[in-house]
Design a protein around this ligand. Structure first.
Ligand code: ITT
Length: 199
């Protein structure tokens, strides 16, 4: 069975390739189906609706069953910011490194116990021409580090997010461990059996 991974984020695409490797699927990227330059406008107010928007739009444009995710990052001390749009945090035109620095800058002087945060990932699975969309969600609690780690692995906010029960960031604990406990890993664990039944 073919499955399009509807994301323009290379880090997410790689994680899905690893997480879905146990299934006999042919995974396609947006580039593979000629949609590499197509960004779906995310204008909804929930992760669920944004994930649905992406999965539906890419399924319609490609004709393939499509999986998409929307990810939020919520920091307690910042009243839940960055929230459902972490890719826009700090304003337009910033690099991810600048967005991470902005986040650390907002938390200067905040003690470890007050730096609680959580990642949430909603995965939507859409079939072209069908209106019912499968939605699953995974959450990973943790805290924002005092400084960026230089583990060099992962992507996005990984160098500044320390999952609960760990002393190192997602960048440092390594890909396999991240996938086992992360928001996306938990959501993927729910979608794998659903996909398995469709094969
Ligand atoms: P697509 O919409 O094309 O999938 P995106 O990067 O815009 O790609 P989101 O809208 O879900 O994805 O934005 C999520 C933001 O959070 C973005 O800046 C990511 O880099 C970051 N992010 C998502 N998952 C993450 C993870 O597992 N670890 C660290 N940062 C992550």
């Amino acid at each position: 069975m073919d499955l399009l991974i509807g994301t323009s984020n290379a880090g997410k695409l790689h994680e899905f390739e690893v997480m879905l490797a146990s299934l006999p699927l042919r995974l396609l990227s947006l580039k593979d189906v000629g949609l590499g330059d197509v960004e779906v406008e995310e204008n909804a107010t929930t992760l669920e609706d944004n994930a649905r928007l992406k999965a539906e739009a890419y399924a319609k444009a490609s004709g393939y069953q499509t999986l998409a995710d929307d990810t939020g990052l919520y920091v307690d001390a910042l009243d839940g910011a960055p929230g459902i749009y972490p890719a826009r945090y700090g304003g337009p035109g910033l690099t991810m490194a600048q967005r991470r620095q902005k986040l650390l800058g907002e938390l200067v002087g905040v003690a470890d116990e007050q730096r609680m945060a959580a990642f949430a990932c909603v995965i939507a699975l859409a079939e072209p021409g069908k209106s019912d969309i499968t939605i699953v969600k995974g959450v990973c609690k943790g805290r924002i580090a005092q400084a960026e780690s230089d583990g060099g692995r992962g992507f996005g906010y990984d160098p500044v997010f320390i999952p609960e029960g760990y002393t190192q960031s997602f960048s440092d604990i390594g890909e396999d461990e991240k996938n086992r406990i992360s928001h996306r890993g938990r959501a993927a664990a729910l979608i794998v059996p659903i996909l398995g039944e469709r094969i």
